[in-house]
Design a protein around this ligand. Structure first.
Ligand code: SF4
Ligand code: SF4
Length: 505
């Protein structure tokens, strides 16, 4: 009754060897076929339990993280995780990232990508199965659908039935619940960009900023459409990861696979329970009925398979009932299939060139990231030299150069900084507008959480001028923390071609 509905019309078996071949898009044009309705059946088992746990933990983190508080003092937000667009900061518990430090975010993303490559090379598409938001929200929507409309057979029956009161009631209830979940999803996203309690109060009073409202509308719509309707189509057609995963998988990668060497030739369950001249697969299609992608794992590795293992749970339940050993479907590698077919023992090869390479890069990146975050500077300095005029000759023959020092104070209290200059003996400097304070050292105060500009003049007496231009360095020290930062620049003592100012020819 159900095969034509359940079986994914696009499922084209692709072996692991074939996966290493370039995709022939002409041959695969059937990928743009009409969506086939899939009604995954409920299943219990090891992989389903893992999926429930991942779903609960990931959704819990997503919805509740913006409500977690983190004390940073009176002059900083107390939200543990916040993308503060207004002040252009990213707060993550004790870590604070400024726009100038966006390389930290890039580093985290790149390290995450290597982590994904590493896990994929070990156990296939674990991310798709348990961690991807598309999978998690689709699972949640299917759970609601099952709760309202019943399990697989009831849903298929309802789908075929004409619209009556019961069908309309169930469909309306399902879509209302889906929309509520989608709205919570969109709302939770905006809480990461503004103080969550403040924005929640504004939303309830219909006073939320329009940007927040637009974001909620867009994310509500996309969640409702992608998790409610597009579902497996996103994984098969829209997500690039399913296409390039084969680059990370080899014959020793453990993937969810049907052990054809044990299961074939398949046939209906024998009445005398004699399996001596046949395979263990009793062709009950339970593995197909539970598959969220609507494919038959017995056709070999397929691009649609997200490695969720629900077919393994279904088959294990069947094997238990008929008194056969479990794991007819389970984690297996193509290399072990080959070994078993030759009568050789199975071998688990975790240490392979690609896994070691991915792990080494991941460890290296993680160490570098942790070291740099642990030694994150609370002060930063940027020096801009006046270019017009590059230098000014005073009436007594001394030469003056002007600079703008941008000093960043990332701490949440005002900080005093001590500015000094190296590389220019005999020079003096002062802050613009305070000519009377000519000194070789300057003291300035920077407000908390601010970048402040200080215009500094450096003066070199006539008797010290024996060069055209010279490299100097401004040093900024925070006496209370001992932190010191410096930046090089140049001092121009004689008129020079502006094109050659920084050594360009
Ligand atoms: S074939 Fe099995 S592992 Fe692959 S998506 Fe379907 S249920 Fe999940
Ligand atoms: S659930 Fe197991 S026994 Fe049933 S069809 Fe699938 S592989 Fe065969």
């Amino acid at each position: 009754m159900t095969e034509e509905i359940q079986q994914h019309g696009n499922a084209k078996p692709i072996s692991l060897d074939e996966q290493f071949q370039p995709v022939n898009w002409q041959e695969n044009r059937q990928y743009f076929a009409k969506q086939i309705k899939i009604f995954p059946k409920r299943v219990r088992g090891f992989f389903r339990t893992i999926k429930w746990w991942f779903m609960a933990v990931l959704l819990g983190i997503y919805y509740f993280l913006p409500w977690l508080r983190w004390d940073r003092g009176p002059l900083a937000p107390d939200q543990a995780v916040l993308f503060d667009i207004g002040s252009r900061r990213f707060y993550f518990f004790g870590i604070e990232i400024w726009p100038q430090e966006v390389y930290y975010l890039v580093g985290i993303l790149v390290a995450s990508a290597w982590g994904l490559f590493f896990v994929t090379s070990l156990i296939g598409r674990a991310w798709c199965a348990w961690g991807c938001p598309q999978t998690v929200w689709t699972d949640l929507f299917v759970m609601v659908e099952r709760w309202v409309e019943g399990d697989r057979n009831a849903r298929i029956k309802l789908d075929k039935a004409p619209y009556d009161f019961d069908k309309i009631r169930k469909r309306v209830t399902k879509h209302i619940l889906w929309i509520l979940i989608a709205m919570c999803t969109g709302g939770a996203w905006t809480f990461y960009f503004m103080d969550a309690p403040t924005l929640a109060a504004q939303l309830m009073a219909f006073e939320a900023p329009s940007a927040a409202l637009y974001t909620i509308v867009i994310l509500t719509s996309t969640t409702y459409l992608l998790a409610g309707f597009a579902r497996e189509q996103v994984c098969t057609y829209m997500c690039p990861y399913s296409r390039f995963q084969s680059a990370m998988i080899d014959k020793d990668t453990y993937i969810i696979a049907y052990r054809g060497d044990r299961g074939e030739p398949r046939a209906k369950k024998p009445k005398d329970d004699n399996y001596s001249n046949r395979g263990h697969c009793i062709d009950c299609t339970q593995c197909v009925a539970v598959c969220p992608m609507g494919i038959d794992i017995r056709n070999g590795m397929q691009i649609e398979c997200i490695n969720c293992g629900l077919c393994a749970d279904a088959c294990n339940n069947v094997m238990e009932k008929v008194g056969l050993p479990k794991n007819l479907i389970g984690f297996d590698s193509l290399a072990n299939v080959e070994r078993r077919s030759k009568g050789e023992p199975e071998v688990t090869k975790i240490l392979r060139v690609r896994t070691v390479f991915y792990a080494a890069i991941l460890v290296l990146m993680s160490v570098v990231m942790m070291f740099s975050l642990a030694n994150q500077q609370q002060t930063d300095l940027n020096v801009l030299k006046d270019r017009n005029p590059v230098m000014v000759t005073q009436s007594d023959g001394s030469v003056r150069n002007g600079y703008v020092l941008k000093i960043m104070n990332k701490l949440h209290q005002p900080q005093e900084f001590h500015i000094s200059l190296t590389g220019l003996p005999g020079s003096e400097m002062w802050l613009a507008g305070k000519d009377e304070h000519v000194s070789q050292h300057l003291d300035v105060t920077v407000a908390p959480n601010q970048v402040e500009d200080f215009r500094v003049f450096v003066l070199l007496p006539k008797d010290q001028i024996a060069f055209e231009r010279k490299e100097i360095a401004f040093i900024v020290q925070n006496p209370s923390s001992g932190e010191t930062v410096s930046e090089k620049n140049i001092f121009v003592a004689k008129h020079t071609n502006p094109r050659n100012l920084y050594g360009r020819k």
